[in-house]
Design a protein around this ligand. Structure first.
Ligand code: COD
Length: 160
């Protein structure tokens, strides 16, 4: 039986911080599902299909990563695919409170486990929203997002 885990998020867009967690998870599990969770109250910079496309491009070499979107609860995504584990990156204590709440809620709902991977310190300050803000004002984010994401980000922000 294949050992599966999911890395969930908004990925608007994927950053090197996300990619580091997905890469590490892909070494620990047979299949890593990346779930782009649809949040209708948050209008993204990229459409869900664009986010999926970018994630597919930058994870193709790993060979065991499957990317899809999901509208609903993360626990239902897991149940439908027989995924027993959620893998999350932890950046700082500020992430911990909310992540612990979600982990306990999800475990209470279906018994799914959450495993936390300590963020690579290089990316501990990194979030999609900060990347967008810095890039929108012309700051250099080339070391923070995968090379294929950079031109798409610059182009999208220029048209806003
Ligand atoms: N370094 C390492 N890891 C990182 C970094 C970084 N710099 N940045 C982000 N990450 C990891 C974190 O584990 C983070 O949780 C994940 O990547 C995704 O990050 P984002 O910012 O793209 O996504 P979020 O925080 O908006 O994702 C929240 C979820 C979509 C996972 C959550 O809201 C959810 O599960 N929603 C589905 C609905 C649901 O089930 N709700 C009930 C929850 S109890």
């Amino acid at each position: 039986k294949l050992r599966r885990a999911v890395c969930p998020g908004s990925f608007d867009p994927i950053t090197n911080g996300h990619l580091d967690i997905i890469a590490r998870a892909s070494k620990l599990y047979d299949v890593v599902h990346v779930a782009v969770m649809i949040n209708q109250s948050k209008k993204g910079l990229f459409t869900v299909d664009e986010r999926i496309e970018l994630i597919r491009e930058v994870t193709a070499d790993f060979g065991n990563v499957e990317v899809e979107s999901f509208h609903g609860l993360l626990v239902d995504f897991c149940k439908q695919r027989d995924i027993p584990a959620i893998v999350k990156g932890l950046r700082a204590v500020s992430d911990f409170d909310y992540e612990l709440q979600m982990a306990q809620m999800n475990n209470g709902l279906t018994g799914v486990e959450t495993l936390f991977v300590p963020t690579n310190p290089t990316y501990s300050f990194l979030s999609s929203s900060l990347v967008k803000e810095v890039a929108a004002w012309g700051g250099d984010v080339s070391h923070l997002v995968p090379p294929t994401v950079l031109p798409r980000l610059t182009e999208r922000l220029a048209r806003k």
